[in-house]
Design a protein around this ligand. Structure first.
Ligand SMILES: Cc1cc2nc3c(=O)[nH]c(=O)nc-3n(C[C@H](O)[C@H](O)[C@H](O)COP(=O)(O)OP(=O)(O)OC[C@H]3O[C@@H](n4cnc5c(N)ncnc54)[C@H](O)[C@@H]3O)c2cc1C
Length: 262
């Protein structure tokens, strides 16, 4: 038996960097460093754990839709232990929303072949949290989202979803799509050996024509959603410093009261 896992990993702008909108109100991805979305590291980790706990042959493919630099996210996932990577890149993708992104990911997943798709619970930039459900709909397979524990047994994916009031044990027959939360288990750091091995692992590059997708189906034109306006948050103002010259406690209490904290 063999199990083919595809993990969707997004390359996101570094949240500690200086992020801006471009003139067409899309996120400016050219002038900022990026990295593998932290929440997708958990998805890679779960795929690796399923592989380590399985008697079957497990092949883990990591997939990203993103610009040239998105290869960095793939390399990180490969150095964690994934077997191969697919990078979908095309100039016409500029401005694609979640609906369009899910189309591209679904076509790429179908072309790659899969038994199980593992996604993060949300990206750390867009944070829509909708792509896994859109993927399941497009692929016509069950979805089990927001799992904090996941395993595969006899053609079935099982997992636990923790809510405020209850924890549910869920399962779905394969093929299926799951998403995992940041409670699913700390993601491993790539080892030196893993980083060296990743350099030799295959990375395939596909564009829209490889996936039989027309340019009008994606990009700003093909998006179902549009950003009307966007404004950057005002810069943080300097904080209030209370100097303790005997009256510090009183001043602190007065400040907290003025802000309605006490
Ligand atoms: C070059 C480029 C330009 C874009 N421009 C715009 C734009 O102008 N406006 C706009 O609305 N959107 C744009 N997008 C798409 C946007 O960045 C998101 O990928 C998309 O809207 C999904 O939303 P989200 O990230 O909030 O997904 P979520 O639903 O929060 O993501 C959940 C999970 O889905 C998977 N996933 C999501 N996106 C990707 C991806 N790209 N590759 C691999 N896995 C993924 C990850 O596993 C992630 O954890 C662009 C994307 C690219 C690559």
């Amino acid at each position: 038996m063999s199990l083919r896992i595809v993990v969707t990993v997004k390359y996101v702008p570094d949240a500690t960097g200086d992020r801006h909108f471009a003139d067409d109100l899309t996120v400016d991805r050219d002038d900022v460093d990026g990295l593998l979305s932290e929440l997708d590291e958990y998805a890679v980790e779960q795929a690796l754990q399923i592989s380590e706990n399985s008697d079957d042959d497990v092949e883990i493919t990591v997939l990203t839709v993103g610009p040239e630099d998105a290869k960095d996210a793939l390399r990180k996932a490969l150095s964690m232990g994934a077997d191969k990577a697919i990078h979908v890149e095309d100039d016409d993708l500029h401005g694609t929303d979640a609906i369009g992104t899910s189309l591209v990911l679904a076509k790429a997943i179908e072309k790659a072949g899969y038994d199980l798709v593992i996604s993060g619970m949300a990206s750390t930039d867009g944070t829509a949290g909708v792509v896994p459900a859109l993927l399941a709909e497009r692929l016509g397979v069950p979805q089990v989202t927001l799992l904090s524990e996941v395993s595969v047994e006899d053609g079935t994916v099982k997992g636990r979803r923790d809510g405020d009031a209850a924890s549910e044990q869920l399962e779905a027959s394969l093929p299926a799509v799951v998403s995992v939360t940041d409670q699913s288990g700390e993601a491993r750091y790539p080892s030196f050996k893993g980083i060296m091995a990743a350099k030799k692992k295959p990375v395939e590059s596909w564009d829209l024509s490889d996936l039989d997708i027309e340019a009008e189906e994606v990009g700003l034109e093909g998006s179902w959603t549009a950003v009307d306006t966007a404004s950057e948050r005002p810069a943080r103002t300097a904080g209030t410093i209370v100097k303790d010259e005997g009256e510090g406690g009183k001043q602190l209490a007065e400040y907290l009261a003025s802000q309605k904290f006490i």
